[in-house]
Design a protein around this ligand. Structure first.
Ligand code: ATP
Length: 595
């Protein structure tokens, strides 16, 4: 099932299950509606049963006349039980079907999202609300709607009998339930909004909890001894979230309770009022007892269930608003496509007066920047932290396409390329590259998903990154599972993870390879050696190195010094040293690292 871009409303609480699992959803609908009629039928049969029993007691009827109402009463009880079981069974089937459909849709949708949504906090808030057990949210919404309709039918049934016998008592109940339902709806909206608010705090609580208990920060935690400080912050966020939730629940509870008390008082009044029609013979004693019984059980429904249903209905409505906004998030065509097997050559890559600011921000990170990358040459981007080096790589790889100016790949706008072609042309190793908890071999093989038989290339890449000895020492060599999620998993050092990430880029057949400072865990000399080797194996291909350590980048054919959103200086190492400008100053300050 694919959710279309549209405004999702209450009607979709029914449409989504009907589309996902037509038989189960229809069965649930029909049986629930009958469940709503059963209490009215039961009320009438019980009244007949009681009246017959009284008549037998007064010797006005034969004892055998009780058999028919008794059988009818038993049948309604049996029906209720069987129908309940069928409804439960259908619910499970519906939930399974919804899970299948939703999970696939959500995973695909998230994988296809434009990169700007991945980096946006608001989008992630929305996504985390929508993906939280959507199948259960939808099934519950449908369940609750049916249960609500069933209860309304039950109320209408009793009201119809009251209207038929003593019309004004029916009016009384209608007058009570309408404001209660309104209060419940408002309460539900408030509690969903509070839930939204608490989500933000909960995420911070989760994050701080990870800092307090997680494996990643274990060394720093003991070194800096910040646990107490973080714990205080954690507690504060936790208390804030709990406070908001508590306040809303308390208000809701008081409203529901208050409503319940009022309904109970009014219902007792109705019972008193019904005594006079009984005395006048307008309603039989059996019907009176049966109605009183039903009215009291209705009080329960009105005071608890009805506000609860109203509350859930309002929450479900809010969920549908979120679903509408989630489906609306724009996707990128071909985001999940595999890199094309037909790899184009990279002759030139040109930035022509490119300006860029991140969506939702005002400051331009790149301002009118222009440069050309040519086939077979090695380039380096250098510059202080935050000057925009990674941003340039995000534009080259098409992660963001809302820039001003032009980016031309082989003379053609990058925006005109299919994602699969762009993916085939660039491989990037980012600073925060991914660590996959699979074998070393599979970690590297991900660099070229189109090649199932790349053992030779993998071996070669291991040689290039100088990791052969370390891998030989692993218990199962190249087939050792990395990471700690499996009992036999082995963790390797930060530098070794970095080398593995670089091996992925080496097996990639892309003609442009970008290393965005993935070597921070290496010492300056090792980094420099690594870049040298990387450059050697990339002969014929084009490379871009990004690093703060200029000893690693000095072999580049052309170095771009980035600053103020533009290129401050460009040229070979020698040219830039002769210029005696920003680059020369930076290089001199680092000279001692390489001595
Ligand atoms: N998703 C984002 N939304 C808003 N601003 C961002 C985003 N990503 C980066 N920035 C900002 O853009 C600027 C450039 O960031 P970028 O990561 O390109 O710098 P860099 O030169 O690669 O830095 P470093 O050397 O520290 O890696 C920074 O000021 C950063 O705060």
């Amino acid at each position: 099932m694919k959710l279309e871009k549209q405004k999702y409303g209450l009607g979709d609480i029914v449409k989504i299950p009907l589309k996902s699992a037509p038989i189960s959803a229809t069965l649930m609908g029909v049986l629930n509606l009958f469940q709503g009629l059963i209490p009215t039928i039961q009320l009438l049969i019980t009244a007949q049963f009681l009246d017959t029993a009284i008549a037998i007691f007064n010797k006005k009827q034969d004892a055998s006349s009780i058999i028919t109402p008794l059988i009818l009463l038993s049948l309604t009880i049996a029906y209720t039980w069987i129908s309940y079981q069928i409804i439960k069974f259908s619910e499970v089937k519906l939930e399974n079907k919804l899970r299948q459909n939703f999970r696939v849709f959500l995973v695909e949708k998230i994988a296809n999202l434009k990169y700007k949504h991945i980096e946006s906090q608001d989008s992630w808030d929305l996504i985390s609300r929508v993906v939280k057990e959507p199948e259960i949210q939808c099934r519950n919404a449908y369940d609750q709607l049916l249960a609500m309709i069933s209860m309304i039918l039950r109320i209408v049934g009793i009201l119809a009998i009251l209207f038929a016998k003593v019309w004004w008592s029916g009016l009384f109940i209608v007058a009570i339930s309408a404001p209660l339902f309104y209060i419940a709806l408002k309460g539900g909206k408030a509690s969903y909004e509070a839930n939204r608010e608490t989500e933000k705090f909960k995420r911070k609580v989760e994050y701080l909890g990870e800092v307090l208990n997680g494996r990643e920060s274990v060394e720093e935690r003991s070194l800096f001894g910040y646990s107490e400080e973080v714990n205080k912050k954690w507690h504060k966020q936790y208390e804030t979230a709990r406070g908001i939730e508590f306040k809303v629940n308390l208000i809701w509870f008081l409203k529901a309770k208050g409503g319940g008390v009022i309904t109970a008082i009014l219902s007792i009044l109705i019972v008193f009022i019904l005594i006079s029609p009984v005395q006048k013979g307008l309603i039989s004693v059996g019907l009176f007892i049966s109605i009183v019984n039903s009215v009291f059980s209705l009080i329960q429904s009105l005071s608890w269930q009805l506000p609860q249903y109203g509350d859930q209905l309002a929450k479900n409505k809010e969920y549908l608003v979120d679903l509408t906004n989630f489906v609306k998030l724009d996707s990128k065509d071909g985001a999940v496509d595999k890199p094309s097997e037909d790899i184009k050559k990279l002759k030139t890559l040109e930035f022509k007066n490119v300006s860029f600011k991140y969506p939702g921000t005002d400051a331009y990170i790149l301002k009118n920047i222009s440069f050309i990358i040519e086939e077979g040459k090695h380039y380096a981007f250098v510059g202080v932290n935050g000057c925009g080096k990674t941003t340039i790589t995000k534009l080259i790889t098409g992660l963001y396409d809302e820039f001003e100016g032009e980016i031309l790949l082989n003379g053609k706008s990058i925006k005109e390329y299919a994602q699969k072609d762009l993916k085939a042309m660039c491989s990037v190793v980012y600073q925060d590259f991914a660590k996959y908890f699979v074998s070393v071999r599979d970690n590297i093989a991900l660099g070229n998903v189109n090649n199932d038989n790349q053992n030779e290339e993998i071996e070669k890449s291991i040689e290039t990154i100088d990791l052969g000895k370390a891998i030989d020492e692993l218990p199962k060599g190249i087939d050792t599972i990395l990471g700690k999620i499996k009992s036999d998993g082995i963790d390797v050092s930060g530098g070794q993870w970095q080398r593995i990430a670089m091996a992925r880029a080496i097996v990639s057949p892309a003609p442009l390879r970008i290393l965005d400072e993935p070597t921070a865990a290496l010492d300056p000399i090792s980094e420099s050696n690594m870049y040298e080797r990387f450059e050697k194996i990339s002969r014929g291909g084009t490379t871009i190195f990004i690093s703060h350590r200029l000893g690693s980048t000095k072999l580049a054919d052309e170095i771009f010094v980035i600053g103020n959103g533009d290129i401050l200086e460009k040229g070979s190492h020698e040219e830039l040293m002769d210029k005696d400008g920003v680059y020369a100053e930076m290089f001199e300050s680092q000279r001692s690292w390489y001595l």
